[in-house]
Write a protein that binds this ligand. Structure first.
Ligand SMILES: Nc1ncnc2c1ncn2[C@@H]1O[C@H](COP(=O)(O)OP(=O)(O)OP(=O)(O)O)[C@@H](O)[C@H]1O
Length: 255
């Protein structure tokens, strides 16, 4: 059982040693990774995905439960404790959504038949475009695919660590994702440019020039700011959904 994952420092893009001792993330924690374009966010999350052992461009090392992970954990997909979902993650299989989830649930030894419906229902709370159970996974939109895979990772997948790389950009209700994911007991990292996700996560890793600059813990003030931003974001989201559905906006909705 993975209780914690630790990042040990490597080098920045100029080859200088990173200035932190170790970052340990524990089960049930949400962490965002923020920073300007090109600051090394994807490189950091990729180090975690690969369970790097000084063998990537950053020279970082990863520990699981304080130990060097064994080769099986790194290279055997059935043992790997990490699921990564990016903007480019797609399902390549000629199956309907319901069949795809049924096979995954069977492979994971889950016998409760309601798991498939619950996973599709959960995915539909993350996306404004309803996923129909009989639709083929290959024809799902980008937002639907990410919603389905996140719901699948939460309810069916066994991976205790979930990495989400810039999921916010297409048709995803990200506040729902953060809210629901916080109660799963998993370690979840979001690479994000989105202030709502950044403020809702318990910790925030700040990147610059390929290195970790600091780690900020969520505080009361930021949590309140997040709530205000969330209300604003909700209103923007409502208007976005109306526009997507072809409606017109009245000044009352903008007030
Ligand atoms: N510590 C490092 N050492 C060497 N190269 C690095 C390091 N960190 C990042 N890089 C390289 O710098 C480039 C930009 O990094 P990366 O793609 O991770 O940035 P990003 O913050 O994810 O950017 P974006 O917001 O545009 O997605 C990549 O080619 C990456 O391999």
């Amino acid at each position: 059982m993975i209780q914690e994952i630790t990042i040990l420092p490597g080098r920045d893009r100029n080859g200088q040693a990173e200035k932190f001792d170790a970052i340990t993330m524990r089960a049930g924690e949400t962490i965002s990774i923020v920073g300007p374009t090109g600051s090394g966010k994807t490189a950091l999350i990729t180090d975690i995905e690969l369970l790097a052992q000084g063998d990537t461009s950053t020279g970082r090392y990863l520990l699981l439960n304080g130990q060097v992970p064994d080769e099986e954990m790194r290279y055997n997909p059935t043992k790997k404790p990490i699921a990564m979902i990016t903007q480019n993650t797609k399902c390549f299989t000629d199956l309907s959504t319901v069949d795809f989830l049924t096979i995954h649930a069977r492979a994971r030894g889950i016998s409760d038949p309601s798991i498939v419906r619950r996973t599709i229902d959960l995915a539909n709370t993350f996306t404004g475009e309803m996923i129909h159970p009989e639709v083929k996974v290959t024809v799902l939109s980008g937002g639907q695919t990410r919603s389905l895979l996140i719901a699948d990772a939460i309810l069916i997948g066994a991976a205790p660590i979930i990495l989400l790389d810039e999921i916010e950009n297409a048709g995803i209700f990200k506040q729902e994702v953060v809210r629901l994911i916080q109660s799963t007991g998993k370690i979840v990292l979001f690479v994000t440019h989105d202030p709502v996700i950044a403020l809702l996560t318990k910790h925030r890793i700040i990147m610059s020039n390929g290195s970790v600059q600091k780690v900020i813990a969520q505080n009361e003030l930021e949590l309140r700011a997040a709530q205000n931003l969330l209300e604003l974001d909700q209103r923007v989201g409502d208007i976005r959904e109306k526009l997507r559905a072809g409606h017109m906006i009245t000044h009352v909705q903008l007030a």
